[in-house]
Design a protein around this ligand. Structure first.
Ligand SMILES: Cc1cc2nc3c(=O)[nH]c(=O)nc-3n(C[C@H](O)[C@H](O)[C@H](O)COP(=O)(O)OP(=O)(O)OC[C@H]3O[C@@H](n4cnc5c(N)ncnc54)[C@H](O)[C@@H]3O)c2cc1C
Length: 526
């Protein structure tokens, strides 16, 4: 028989198969010899008490032979001569998963990506980190796999109503991710593993007969009689297809501007902005696990914090245990920070975005902003976002050097006399961050950080450093679409998709949105 049971183990026992078999026997009342094996269905850490435990849900095999887990494998079709071609602009998770789903349905995807392939992109990231040179089409946001490739690869999402999360996780496993992501409560792939997975996805699309073109920046739309017919690229090429999926991500400001220029409706969208905060990982481990030493069996600890400050949300975002702060700007003259970690999460720092919700109401009282006209209209939030990033660049002093301040110095309004060691490779410049961030952001952050110090004792320490600006938390623009047809209300056969269009926030939800549009197109063109 097969039976599902839940057990709670000490961290040292959770990786010990013999110990787990013993627990199963004891809990089910069978002899140890009757238990032939088990699959882990779910695994989570409970670190609320003094002693941390691992909670496991298991499928146990008793009095019958044990069967290895057979991962679900999706079959893809040969689309070389398919009657329908869909243009996908952008090869991030939304575009890639749309393309794979189209291949599964017998439709040919034609992917146009402004950036370079994973390998070539790596060289541009090295120049960005070491020399502060931002390549406008090849950086942490642009290139094969989009912002997902050199991301942290945390694969959890709150948007479980938007699609089939397990399908997406299974596809990641099919293309090379560890099976653990199927059962861990907080699955994580790691920046070192993602590039091979993204490459395997591209190879599958090409093998099916799909087309994948790099360094093809879409710069024009071909619209005829309110119907999207195709696109043109900056290098002078024209591509036509049955429909266009626009999956260009939250940083494609030129695409937002193009839509406005073409009088295709877009809307300003609230987002969140603040800093990345970095602590020594050992300190976060001590706070979260209530012990001086994490030991060999627990992973580097993470946290999630949220606080309302005068009706405004302040929250941690994309926390990276054992991680690195990365320069994520897409143009010279801006500082944008984000975070990632390798699969082992073995760097000595813990970083997280710490951001404040911003809405269009906040822009109205912004005295310091130079051109007030820009703060109205559909691109107002985008202009605001860019302005803060540019102020951050000025305060950094050049290249990708970022302005920074120790946590307690920030809350006490004191410029830091020195800055602690930090994982951010381009370097830091000590400044008063209240002069970089908009007043309401700085004030809300200050108050929230004091509260976070009460929730996590030791969190508000001067060993922690704040680095500005964490500003690409989600898109500052929404591209509307009809809820039924998923097409843009002004232009038929234009399908806004993923994070840039405002329908996703993270790898999994972007992938699910890509699949959603591909499913609809499969029905339409079947
Ligand atoms: C450092 C970092 C860490 C992150 N960590 C995580 C994490 O742990 N978990 C998580 O869920 N999310 C994480 N994210 C966010 C996640 O990567 C994004 O939410 C996700 O990639 C959005 O997917 P998308 O396909 O909608 O857009 P994107 O991934 O932004 O892809 C858009 C693509 O469109 C291309 N493009 C843009 N304009 C054009 C044009 N004009 N012509 C052609 N192509 C164009 C871009 O080059 C890009 O490849 C992280 C992001 C970064 C930068």
């Amino acid at each position: 028989m097969q039976t599902t049971i839940s057990i709670r183990l000490l961290p040292s026992e959770a990786g010990d198969t013999t110990a787990i078999l013993g627990y199963i026997a004891r809990l089910t009342g069978y002899k140890k010899s009757a238990v032939s094996g088990f699959h882990i269905l779910k695994s989570s850490i409970d670190a609320r008490g003094r002693q941390a435990y691992i909670n496991l849900t298991l499928l146990a095999f008793i009095n019958e032979p044990f069967h290895q887990r057979t991962p679900q494998r999706i079959a893809f079709k040969d689309v070389t001569h398919a009657a329908t071609t869909i243009i996908i602009v952008g090869a991030g998770p939304a575009g890639l998963f749309a393309a794979l789903r189209l291949c599964e349905s017998g439709i040919k995807p034609l992917i146009l990506e402004r950036g370079k392939d994973v390998k070539a992109r790596r060289r541009d990231l090295a120049a960005l980190n070491k020399k502060g040179i931002v390549h406008p089409d090849s950086n942490y946001c642009f290139g094969e796999g989009g912002a997902g490739t050199y991301s942290d690869g945390k694969l959890y999402t709150r948007s479980n109503k938007r699609g089939d999360i397990n399908r997406i996780l299974n596809l990641f496993v099919q293309f090379g991710a560890d099976e653990k992501i199927l059962y861990e409560a907080h699955p994580h792939i790691g920046t070192n593993k993602l590039p091979q997975i993204i490459t395997a996805m591209r190879e599958q699309i090409l093998q099916c007969g799909g087309i994948f073109l790099f360094e093809k920046k879409v710069s024009g739309f071909i619209v005829d009689d309110n119907q999207m017919k195709g696109v043109t690229t900056a290098d002078g090429h024209t591509f036509t297809g049955n429909a266009v999926i626009l999956a260009t991500g939250h940083s494609a400001r030129d695409i937002f501007q193009l839509l406005v220029n073409r009088k295709i409706q877009v809307e300003a969208k609230p987002f969140a902005l603040g800093v990345r905060i970095e602590h020594p990982q050992a300190l976060i481990d001590t706070i979260q696990y209530h012990t001086q030493q994490r030991g060999a069996y627990l992973p580097p600890a993470s946290y999630s914090l949220v606080q309302q400050v005068d009706d405004r949300g302040v929250f941690s975002f994309c926390m990276c245990p054992g991680g690195i702060i990365a320069p994520a700007a897409t143009s010279a003259g801006e500082i944008v920070v984000n975070g990632w970690s390798p699969s082992k999460r073995n760097n000595p720092f813990a970083n997280s975005g710490m951001v404040v919700a911003v809405s269009d109401k906040d822009l109205q009282g912004l005295e310091e902003y130079p051109d007030k006209k820009q703060l109205t209209g559909p691109l107002s939030m985008m202009h605001f976002q860019q302005w803060v990033e540019q102020r951050s660049h000025t305060a950094g002093g050049g290249g990708q050097v970022a302005p920074a301040q120790r946590l307690c110095d920030f809350t006490a309004d004191r410029v830091s006399a020195s800055l602690p060691a930090c994982s951010y490779i381009p370097g830091l410049n000590s400044v008063a961050l209240k002069d970089v961030l908009p007043g309401f952001v700085a004030e809300s952050l200050k108050q929230a950080l004091r509260e976070f110090g009460k929730k996590m004792k030791g969190y508000d320490t001067n060993e922690a450093v704040l680095v500005a600006t964490e500003s690409r938390t989600s898109s500052p623009v929404r591209i509307p679409r009809d809820p039924e047809t998923l097409q843009h209300p002004d232009v038929k056969n234009l399908y806004p998709c993923g994070e840039g269009a405002g329908y996703a926030g993270g790898i999994i939800s972007a992938a699910m949105d890509g699949e959603k549009i591909a499913d609809l197109l499969a029905v339409k063109y079947s």
